[in-house]
Design a protein around this ligand. Structure first.
Ligand code: NAP
Length: 313
């Protein structure tokens, strides 16, 4: 028998948790489904220092506060539910996971985004053997070792700084000679003695025996190649959206992020998208929770409107 809700939120990160709070408080029966634990990607962030009201807070701690807040209400949570089949196009949306079948009048997509891969030889085959996309999870394995971080955005620079707490040396490898990360983080990078900048350079290959031991890099300006001895590498070269099971049903931008209007509506009736998975000018925890608030209210308006139409008929 299917589990029926007014609104189902796919993804239990900050965006999804916020949406559930606003939807529930608007009086609609709400549930959250997540492929993994509730909390979302920021649970893996080292330190968040730009969430208003908290000068410095661990990502895990902030997400725990979000979850504790929604636990005060009757919002059902279904963690570790992998979607097998989903129909977002019908008036009643249907979601089949490994354990359950769900039906809902409205769906809010908050499935987030994951780190892009470098796409080079030695990367995928050495995940867990020196290639990692989570400095907070794996940084402690590199105590007094040498690591490389790849990228020039906020993630790369923040995680490079975090890794200096464990590693004796951190190469920060970037394909240009200027960073796109916030200036405040760049200043911290430039003054950190453990960080060596490798600019105008790309990583061409990752070498390992049992574990990663070195990388081949290329200077893109003079084409000179070099080998760097390292124990681990952390690529932070941007995000790609988690849309695999439903992306074909939605309008997306050329990178696969979901297109919405300012009320978080997608091209499908009753379907909203929020947070990192949608095309947005700013990907932050604070913008994710703000998207969630808008979508929670809009989803409840949509459902109440459906009910008014049904009563009038
Ligand atoms: P990002 O801002 O998109 O930066 C990706 C970086 O990787 C860029 O510097 C880019 O170089 C480089 N890059 C892209 N493809 C590459 C490739 N194939 N090889 C080598 N380098 C490559 O991604 P992000 O840092 O993961 O951040 C994602 C979003 O989350 C951003 O909106 C960011 O502001 C936000 N975020 C915010 C915070 C915070 O506010 N505390 C923390 C983390 C993330 P180019 O610069 O040359 O394009």
């Amino acid at each position: 028998m299917s589990k029926n809700f007014d609104c189902i939120i796919l993804g239990g990160g900050p965006a999804g948790l916020s949406a559930s709070l606003y939807a529930y408080r608007s009086g609609i029966k709400t549930a959250i489904i997540d492929i993994s634990a509730i909390g979302g990607t920021p649970t893996n962030y080292c330190e968040i220092d730009n969430y208003l009201g908290f000068n410095k807070i661990q990502g895990f701690e902030l997400c725990e506060k979000f979850e504790n807040h929604i636990d005060e209400f009757n919002i059902e949570k279904f963690p570790y539910e992998e979607i097998e089949k989903i129909d977002l196009t019908s008036p009643i949306k249907k979601i089949k996971t490994i354990n359950h079948e769900f039906c809902a009048k409205s769906v809010i997509i908050a499935t987030g985004a994951r780190n892009k891969k470098l796409g080079i030889k030695g990367e995928i085959e050495n995940i867990g053997k020196g290639v990692s996309y989570c400095a907070v999870c794996d940084g402690a394995f590199y105590k007094d070792k040498i690591v490389a971080v790849v990228g020039g955005g906020n993630s790369a620079l923040e995680e490079a700084l975090y890794l200096t707490k464990h590693a004796k040396k951190v190469y920060l490898i970037h394909r240009r000679d200027t960073f796109r990360a916030d200036k405040i983080i760049q200043d911290k990078i430039f003054s950190n003695k453990k960080i060596e900048l490798v600019l105008d350079s790309t990583v061409e290959e990752i070498f390992a025996d049992k574990k990663v031991n070195s990388i081949a890099i290329k200077n893109v300006k003079n084409n000179k190649k070099a080998k760097l001895n390292i124990d681990g590498i952390f690529p932070y070269i941007g995000l790609e959206p988690n849309i695999e099971s439903f992306g074909a049903q939605l309008k997306l931008d050329k990178s696969g992020f979901i297109l919405t209007d300012e009320t978080m509506k997608t091209n499908l009736e009753g379907v909203f998208a929020i947070g990192d998975v949608r095309k947005t000018p700013l990907r932050q925890v604070i913008t994710a929770v703000s998207d969630g608030a808008i979508a929670g209210v809009e989803a409840s308006k949509y459902i109440m409107n459906l009910e008014n139409v049904a009563i009038r008929k």
